[in-house]
Design a protein around this ligand. Structure first.
Ligand code: UDP
Ligand code: MG
Length: 329
């Protein structure tokens, strides 16, 4: 790969926040001093900044963000009008990370190792435009989350979706890669499936994921399943194809069964076997309903895409002006 080194970037760190009142003070001070360290080391420009996106929190997260943006020149706050979900909040942050040369996205609970940000910037300076944060281990996740996540990644790979294993939404994008990502005008967003489609020189940075410092996960099983469904249906039509194949398979089996029944009839052997018939009816009905459900899921997605509804609305902005070019004291 022929890499062209990049100049020292103005870095924007985008942090989506939903009901993160407990975590926010820790997140602000930790990220703030880390960013300051990067500036001291001359890895990023002095006018780099952190942008917190409040995803319609019900607690005082926005009040805290807004106060921090008024006090600190390196903090910007963006408030969405209501809760739109992590993916939309992240997109809102990326779209509003103006004048930044490189943008890092990270979760507010800082479970992802912030030291990896420095390594991402080093990779950017070397010429990479997409740097994926990859979890070296998932020891802090529950066995259930580990297992389901692994199963999901494998399933996506089998279905032909290019995705970086053990990478969530902790990554660095160059301004060019970010602009390219924003050109995907999809309602049905699964960012970690879209980024590999953008292209540009890409690399990985490995880190160990920590426990949440405070508060509880904002990704309960319900949201995890919704994200997985979004991921599958937005990235691949393989499930629809599988339905057709399984239909052919069932068709073949039924032909085989017909041959057996015919042979038994010719041989004069008659078995009542009504239990079997009932099981077969229920099984076939269940399969049909499942297949219809999958088809329905895709039709639903087409319906939502055709509406082209906006993904989010911005209610308030703080810290964007007038001190957005000053340095960290
Ligand atoms: N988040 C968000 N909107 C939501 C749910 C979550 O912006 O509707 C944010 C949340 O504040 C955090 C990030 O997305 O910064 C990831 O959430 P969390 O850490 O709870 O997920 P987990 O690490 O448990 O998968
Ligand atoms: Mg987390």
């Amino acid at each position: 790969m022929n890499l062209q080194p990049n100049a020292i970037p103005r870095l924007a760190i985008v942090v989506p926040c939903y009901n993160e009142s407990e975590v926010f003070p820790f997140c602000l001070t930790t990220l703030g001093s880390y960013l300051n360290g990067l500036i001291q080391k001359k890895l990023v420009q002095p006018d780099s900044y952190i942008m917190f996106v409040d995803d319609g929190s019900k607690d005082d997260t926005w009040q805290q963000i807004s106060a921090a943006a008024k006090q600190n020149p390196y903090v910007r706050g963006l408030k969405l009008s209501c809760n739109k979900g992590h993916q939309s909040a992240l997109l809102a942050g990326l779209a509003n990370a103006t004048q930044a040369d490189a943008i890092v996205s990270i979760d507010a609970d800082l479970q992802d190792d912030i030291e990896a940000i420095g390594k991402m910037v080093q990779s950017y300076l070397a010429g990479y435009e997409v740097v994926y944060g990859v979890r070296a281990s998932r020891q802090t996740d529950t066995a259930f989350k580990r297992m389901t996540a692994e199963l999901f990644y494998r399933m996506m790979t089998v279905m032909g979706v290019k995705q970086v294993f053990n990478h969530a939404d902790f990554r660095l994008l160059s301004q060019r890669a970010c602009a390219a990502l924003l050109e995907y005008h999809e309602r049905n967003v699964y960012i970690r499936g879209l980024v590999p489609l953008v292209g540009f020189p890409a690399t990985e940075v490995h880190y160990d994921r920590k426990e949440r410092t405070a508060g509880v996960s904002k990704y309960p099983l319900r949201k995890m399943i919704a994200l997985a469904m979004e991921g599958i249906t937005s990235m691949t039509v393989t499930p629809l194809r599988l339905i057709a194949f399984s239909g052919m398979g069932v068709g073949l089996v039924s032909m085989l069964a017909m041959a057996v029944v015919l042979a038994c009839w010719v041989a004069g052997y008659y078995a009542p076997g009504w239990g079997l018939v009932i099981i077969a009816i229920f099984f076939a009905t269940g399969m049909q309903m499942l297949c219809l459900g999958i088809v329905g899921e895709y039709i639903g997605k087409i319906y939502l895409e055709t509406k082209q509804r906006p993904l989010y609305h911005i209610e308030e902005k703080d810290g964007f002006t007038p001190h957005n070019s000053s340095t960290i004291p």
